[in-house]
Design a protein around this ligand. Sequence first.
Ligand code: PLP
Length: 372
Amino acid sequence: MSTVLAPALLPTYARAPVTIVSGEGCRVWDDAGRSYLDFGAGIAVVSLGHCHPAPLAAAQSQLELLWHASNLYSTEPAAALAVRLSERFGGAQAFFCNSGTEAVEAAVKYARKATGKPGIVALEGSFHGRTAAALAATGQPAKRAPFEPLLPGVAFARANDIASLHAVAGPDTGLILLEPVLGEGGILPVDAAFVRAAAELAAELGALLCLDEVQTGVGRTGAFFAFERLGVRPQLVALAKGLANGLPIGCLLVAEEAAGAFAPGDHGSTFGGNPVVCAAACAVVDAVDDGLLANVQAQSARLRAGLPGARGAGLLLGLDVDRPAAEVVDACREAGLLVLTAGERVLRLAPPLTVTADEVDEALAVLAEALV
Ligand code: PLP
């Protein structure tokens, strides 16, 4: 039996009764030596699989060289990561922080400074994080309610409803904030026409369009950025989860055509751009090549073939279930498979992008049993 180690932690998570001690590839092991196939990858974080040799080697050699220098100086890994992300984006500047919510906070501040306008339009059902501005822009009233009043001026449109976008946006709108696939909100893909309408509306209003790619970015949907498949070029992109394969990182990318709003002192982070984390992230970005993206598509198709009704993009898939999704998660875990929920009755699958066909088949067999 695995032990539960949480007596002195604030109870902010509903933890499963498992203590995980090691991982390799798509598998993790608990403190009783039991192995699990990890189809959550943390929560869509361990994009290359646990202890992948490339980011491991990069982080280890950086640990021998320099752990921290502060942002009063340049470091080679942060500069190299910014160049890599700019190349992938097609011309952008990066701000590094430590989490997804911080990347969204940076986007909110950037848009405010760049446009001078306080209004934010986000989507009903969205999730952007748990710090004050990101929570204010999260379209899930139950998550916001205990912490009101939050940042004012946020209006929520319905995903894939262009009329509702036009109804809530106005001359005060400085930021339109969208997830390409609503993740925590149930794995609901946002369609290309809606995102294009949001981009046009942002341009008309003098607002910035930010895509929150904290969960969808860095290859998860089968393209480096999910927006590549939607036919838009946003001014802002928030990244985090998969970028450093599990080391903490967040990033706001600002398209070069929207650059120039932040000056020294406008924003910052003591740990942002940490050299060890950025060295690992460079190795991750290098690994997200055409071969890996093809694997994402192939394993996505294999999973979908075995799970009729699954929706999403690439290796971020959701499936409606006929009972609380947490019950299915528990049943799968007892059978050696880790999966996630995305809302009350949606099961979420987000395995490492390196998952193999055999591992997909193994997961499908467990799911078939758990879903009867
Ligand atoms: N944005 C999206 C789309 C997310 O899925 C998440 C986390 O699940 C966040 C922001 C917040 O990221 P973090 O938990 O790293 O602060």
